[in-house]
Unconditional design. Structure first.
Length: 84
């Protein structure tokens, strides 16, 4: 196997670590997975890749729903304020 060295700013590394943790992977494993996926971008996804992508979308859903709920709450507050 061959190795590649990558460098990140503190903020970038925090983001990378967060995504790796969300996937249940070590940082290096997650970076490798993302790199291989990017290298094969545009090619037909394997069943395994489709499953992994679906798992990522499902894992991201609670955050997206929470963000959307916050936006809706803010919009309701603005509407109530304007109608008062």
């Amino acid at each position: 196997m061959r190795q590649v060295v990558v460098r990140f700013s503190d903020a970038e590394l925090d983001a990378v670590c967060s995504r790796a943790e969300a996937r249940g992977l070590a940082v290096g494993a997650w970076i490798g997975d993302v790199a291989v996926r990017a290298a094969h971008e545009g090619q037909e996804l394997t069943v395994s890749a489709q499953r992994d992508l679906l798992q990522e979308l499902i894992a991201a859903r609670p955050g997206v729903v929470g963000d959307l709920a916050s936006v809706v709450d803010e919009l309701i507050d603005v509407l109530v304020e304007r109608l008062s």
